[in-house]
Design a protein. Sequence first.
Length: 462
Amino acid sequence: MNTIAAATPAHARARTVFVGIIAALAGLMFGLDIGVISGATQFIQHDFGVTDRTIELIVSAMMLGAAIGALGAGWLSARLGRKRSLILAAVLFVIGSLLCAAAPTPSLLIGARIVLGLAIGVATFTAPLYLAEISAEDNRGAMVSTYQLMITIGILVAFLSDTAFSYSGNWRWMLGVIAIPGVLFLFGVLLLPGSPRWLLMRGYKQRATEVLLKLRGDREVVAREVADIENQLLTPQRGWSLFFKNRNFRRSVGLGVLLQLMQQFTGMNVVMYYAPRIFQSMGYATHQQMWFTALVGLINVLATFIAIALVDRWGRKPILYVGFCVMAIGLGVVGTMMHLGTTTHAAQLFTVVMLLIFIVGFAMSAGPLIWTLCSEIQPLKGRDFGIACSTVTNWIANMIVGATFLTLLDHVGHAGTFWLYAGLNLIFLIITIALVPETRGVTLEQIERNLMAGKRLRDIGQ
Ligand code: BGC
């Protein structure tokens, strides 16, 4: 250890930021994957001459892959380590995007989307874990918010690139071009240090100390952090056995699962996957549809800053109340306009604005906050297990939303579909009031003590 030159604090901070940026690129990959398909579906449908049902399968195959990837990621990131899991995710991401671009038949495209999904499943489990493990205490919140911001930026970039390729109608380029950021991500991940926590878990104390020294730059701080992590590691992770034995842990796992169901059934991804189609039904032509979709992506990025600014001031619950109300109103009005018919220019524009208001509602609340809450409510002993359960739920619910939208339109119509999601948002408002805890400014240890003492879920943050 003496041979290691300690970095100056400024160097150490720069390095931490660098590492954070690269790891947050995983969020960018997540976003690119979510966003890229929306602009491509109409051209895929035209080229392959397939039904809406097949389009739903193409869209949702990625979420199936992601659910499987997230299921396996806990095991992978414990075995291979966080860094190697991220490398694997990056490689799969590049291969998956190229396979999508080259797919000669709809079935092969579905298969390629599953491969792409596997990559995202592994990355969405591992990246936030890695981020939390390498960040210092005082910038952990900011690091995790950066991750959500990067998701929205990824979606925006995919929407913009889809818009550019829509002029030639080349969906293969739309799907293939995201291999380029994938390669950059791969090179970036190769430069990352290993996670100090994982290295200590595996008994590589010397290497863990070296990494921390480079990141923090202060021997004393590093010695304390190593001792802290070693201390935490004395509490073994017990997923399933704790789940079967401990009712309180089952409650926190159940809450995590419920929170992710709520996030997905807001209906956000209906807009993410099918925005051009929605604008088409309002009467807009192809390029207008694409530009409005890009606007949706931009508003999604900008409104995320509202959450970042307010989350530690207002707290989680008030922001969720506002978010669910805004989403219910936004979608309720969109449904009503669809019901009345958007025949005039003014009616069309008004409907677009209400859809954008819905996006603001999501991006300022459920988007970032559900991920935050899910990482806060699990007790240390079962944290990996609890977060894995909620992340897998996120992807399964995401798949259901993606796989049912066009069928819903067929059966209950546009107005009915949007009213359905508006109604769900109202139910989520009530669930938030009744069940969701306020975790602002509370230590994770206090939340855990309250949970394990059997306090009501909505009180575990007090
Ligand atoms: C959600 C994604 C969604 C994205 C939109 C994320 O928090 O998990 O499903 O597409 O936000 O910005």
